[in-house]
Design a binder for this molecule. Sequence first.
Ligand code: PEP
Ligand code: MN
Length: 263
Amino acid sequence: ISRKWRVNPTLIDLGNGVVIGEGNFSIMAGPCSIESERQIELVVEHLKANNVKIMRGGVFKPRSSPYAFRGMGLEGLRMFHQLCSQNGIKIITEVMQVSQIEDMIDYVDVFQVGARNSQNFNLLDSLGEAQKPVLLKRGISGTLEELLQAAEYIFSNGNEKIMLCERGIRSYENAYRNVLDLNAVPVLKAKTHLPVIVDPSHGIGLRDHVEPMSLAAVMAGADGVIYETHQKPEEAFSDGQQTVNFQESERLIKRMRQAFALR
Ligand code: PEP
Ligand code: MN
């Protein structure tokens, strides 16, 4: 995945004119967790109104506590897929283990590998064989070299449709959830031909500050952002504290597009 090996940037075509990579700015938005049919409908409506083509939403959730909401599973994914495909929206959702790939593959457009699974090498090998686009997140305390080597696991199995995602790293600072390492964007872009995506929601963990960090990500050279939005963030089943409402999301989308045009 080194730039030394391939100079031209990798473009990932999800079909219906949705292409991720250099020259495009991809917006992926949606709730942390898929919660209900109504919720999906409301998010889809919001995304369509703003010409956003990719919806995020977890159905298998890696929660810090096993007693927290752990997602709607395959039933939720089928519902998610049905509503999105009817509306021309692509789906990105997290896969947590190898055995889920087969069950999920027909319902997803992009597999997300979460920070906690960033070095699950069996999962990465299997996703390399699966031939679906993958968004690979940086580990909670992962170095960029570790992220690049993790991507190499997928790539070396024959799947070149990989995006790297900076989602914040752990530090001593506890004023916010993580430290969004925007240094990673230009450094990764110089090292690899793969698209680089930023997740400002997990990166800072505070909804009021998602917008400035998203705009900073655009100017740092990111190929896209993935962030959390919900019709009522205070009532979200997970990550409500870092989730923006639709009004804030709409403003964010407009401002990111303006910023990208200035780049
Ligand atoms: C998520 O996207 O909701 C998520 C769990 O992200 P991360 O793996 O970056 O914590
Ligand atoms: Mn989340």
